[in-house]
Ligand binder design. Structure first.
Ligand SMILES: Cc1ncc(COP(=O)(O)O)c(C=O)c1O
Length: 460
């Protein structure tokens, strides 16, 4: 075997070994980055090279205590999810193939996989089949793409070419968001010259849903082009902005664009039982979601879709004499911000193919059922309060109605290692956040995690 083959085989063995034991290891990391730096040999660049297999082995050994078991069954932090076996395996192939996902000319295989997987995504998410789509790194940049397409469209209707002329002297776009918009909405606005602080905020209700009556009142007071940013799935509560009322208010405007941030909530579309939460979402102009969250594709893979393909392409694409762009085939670069990049279509294709429509539905429903189960068990304990309506996969928990107690319980759970979950501030009060997003989580894992939380609560 040559150096390449021994290194690849060893990496596969180490990966398989890691995944075989991932449900047994403490879920949180056991070392911080400062310590890992030492283990990785921080300092001057080594003068001489090292054999590839030894590099792989020493890298795996060095970072081991700093790994977070998000691929395991009891990780409930942020909204992360694990990675499906087919997606991990396809990712290994993606690395071996080393395809640049930028242009058809660079890899017809990458273009084809992205095309097929993207069409499947539109179908699974109940979005218009004719919508254009791209695979950004994540929903955050998907938001930037959707808003950029909206920026193009509303200004084009005013006779302004924003890609050519920029925003100087352009008609002013008013951007309206819900009070509970995700942080990446604001970063998208900051990237796009629309300003994170000049947004108009619309009040949200107790679950974090934008109030459509407030939106209609706000829109009635504005002139000129408008972009409205709604949310399907609040990062804390899982709540959905009420789309029928929002779409109605937006469609009453002569020149408006409606974008939906559905980083994980859009996946409710895969379940006939949950689909009602998304009623009206198909009336939007653009949508952003993630495959690396609830679909359990490994990092990274976002998804953005735009009803008006020409606005989407105009907002994203560039050109260069040497680029061999191809209007007859799919150039992935036309649909996202990045040019050279990993060919994300392979992992997305593999994940959807391995689950099928039924498997995606089961994955989404199972996570929601487990979230409801954990919420019910926790709420049954004295002094434990579930703060949100558990309609999806998110649970917010507060202990002894006290910020410090709640934070102590979170820290103890993280330290105990049975499960990992984070904290947040929900409507002014500290809360534990549980996000059930992993394909591997079972009822046994959910119950063991609840027991770990209650143990921590009693000890805190
Ligand atoms: C509602 C919402 N939007 C956007 C994002 C950003 O997603 P990403 O980090 O994958 O870009 C998240 C992440 O949790 C989210 O929950």
């Amino acid at each position: 075997m040559d150096e390449r083959e021994t290194a690849l085989r060893r990496a596969a063995e180490l990966g398989i070994e890691y995944l075989r034991g991932v449900h047994r290891r403490p879920v949180g990391a056991r070392a911080d980055a400062a310590r890992l730096r030492e283990r990785l040999g921080a300092g001057p660049v080594p003068t001489e090279g090292t054999d590839a297999m030894r590099v792989v082995e020493e890298l795996a050994r060095a970072v081991e205590p700093g790994l977070v078991a998000s691929a395991g069954p009891r990780y409930f932090g942020f909204v992360i999810g694990g990675s499906l076996p087919a997606s991990v395996a396809a990712d290994w192939l993606t690395a071996a193939w080393d395809q640049n996902g930028v242009l058809h000319a660079a890899s017809p295989a990458a273009a084809a996989a992205e095309q097929v997987a993207g069409e499947w995504m539109l179908e699974l998410l109940g979005l218009p089949p004719e919508a254009s789509f791209g695979l950004p790194t994540g929903a955050g940049l998907g938001n930037a793409v959707g808003i950029a397409a909206g920026r193009h469209a509303v200004l084009a209707r005013e006779g302004w070419d924003v890609e050519a002329r920029g925003l100087y002297g352009a008609p002013e776009i008013r951007v309206v968001i819900g009070d509970e918009a995700h942080a990446t909405i604001l970063t998208a606005l900051q990237y796009l010259g629309l300003g994170r602080e000049r947004v108009i905020r619309v009040a949200a209700d107790g679950q974090g849903r934008m109030r459509p009556d407030e939106l209609a009142r706000t829109l009635a007071q504005l002139d000129g082009p408008v972009i409205v940013l709604a949310q399907a799935g609040n990062v804390n509560s899982g709540a959905f902005d009420p789309m029928p009322g929002i779409a109605e208010a937006v469609s009453a405007r002569p020149n408006a664009w409606l974008h939906v941030d559905g980083a994980f909530g859009l996946w409710a579309a895969a379940s006939p039982r949950l689909r009602h939460l998304l009623e009206g979402v198909e009336r939007a102009d653009s949508w952003s979601t993630d495959a690396h969250k609830w679909l359990n594709v490994g990092y990274d893979c976002g998804f953005v879709a735009v009803r008006d393909a020409e606005s989407h392409r105009a907002a994203m694409t560039g050109s260069g004499a040497y680029l061999m762009q191809n209007r007859e085939q799919r150039d992935n670069w036309d649909w996202v911000l990045d040019s050279s990049r990993r060919a994300r279509g392979f992992t997305l294709y593999a994940a959807i193919r391995s689950l099928g429509r039924d498997g995606v539905r089961q994955l989404v429903e199972r996570c929601c059922d487990l979230a409801a189960r954990m919420a019910e068990q926790l709420a049954a304990a004295d002094g434990v309060e579930v703060l949100n309506e558990v309609i999806l996969n998110q649970v917010l928990v507060r202990f002894r109605d006290d910020d410090d107690s709640t934070r102590r319980v979170i820290a103890r759970v993280q330290d105990d290692g049975t499960a990992w979950l984070g904290g947040t501030t929900w409507q002014g009060r500290a809360a534990m956040r549980i996000s059930v997003s992993g394909w591997a989580t079972t009822e046994t894992d959910a119950d063991a995690s609840v027991q770990a939380i209650l143990r921590a609560y009693r000890a805190a």
